[in-house]
Design a protein around this ligand. Structure first.
Ligand SMILES: [Zn+2]
Ligand SMILES: [Zn+2]
Length: 194
């Protein structure tokens, strides 16, 4: 005899039964997708709270400067396991959408500005303004390892060597690969620097 299983929908609370032996958390497809939407919104909400806490929000047309941690002239914030440029987060929060391969570019040319009205999503090929973002997303890959010196400053190299974070965690912050970071730590790169 087949066993009837009794579940409760974790979205709407409805009790329902199935013949299936597989665990069912939701009574229906729509409950499943609604519940997913809510958890996405909660995730945006958490990022949003932490983010706007660190922005000096002014009048709508003003530049809203990032007050949190910075590197290479840009703001950055940790989101989950990633360190993300602050102005990227500003765009993503405002549009409730991930930028993915696109870049966040400034209309105002103020790297620390997080006013969503000053930031647009740009294409790597057409944009020439956010040079640092370009270097991070394409330049490093194109120029190869020898270019690691070009985007790093001596103080960055010292910070990397003294950091307690893993190379994988540092790569987003400095815009170079984990392998390049390991080379720096093991002094295969930047040897001249103590
Ligand atoms: Zn339900
Ligand atoms: Zn601005």
């Amino acid at each position: 005899m087949r066993q009837v299983l009794n579940w409760q929908c974790s979205h709407c609370g409805l009790h329902f039964t199935t013949w299936s032996k597989r665990e069912r958390k939701f009574c229906s497809i729509s409950c499943r997708s609604n519940s997913r939407k809510i958890s996405q919104n909660e995730a945006w909400g958490k990022v949003s709270e932490k983010f706007w806490d660190r922005v000096d929000v002014r009048l709508p047309d003003d530049c809203w400067l990032w007050t949190g941690s910075k590197s290479h002239g840009y703001g950055n914030m940790r989101v989950g396991y990633e360190t993300v440029r602050a102005h990227r987060i500003a765009w993503e929060l405002h549009n409730r959408e991930k930028l993915g391969d696109r870049m966040a570019c400034h209309k105002c040319d103020v790297p620390l500005c997080c006013n969503p009205g000053h930031i647009y999503a740009g294409d790597i090929l057409t944009n020439s303004r956010d040079m640092d973002d370009r270097g991070r997303r394409t330049g490093a890959a194109l120029k190869g390892e020898s270019s690691s010196g070009a985007i790093l400053k001596e103080e960055d190299v010292r910070d990397i060597r003294h950091s307690t974070q893993l190379p994988e965690e540092l790569e987003a912050r400095y815009g170079i690969s984990a392998r390049q970071i390991k080379n720096i730590i093991k002094r295969r790169a930047w040897r001249h620097l103590v």
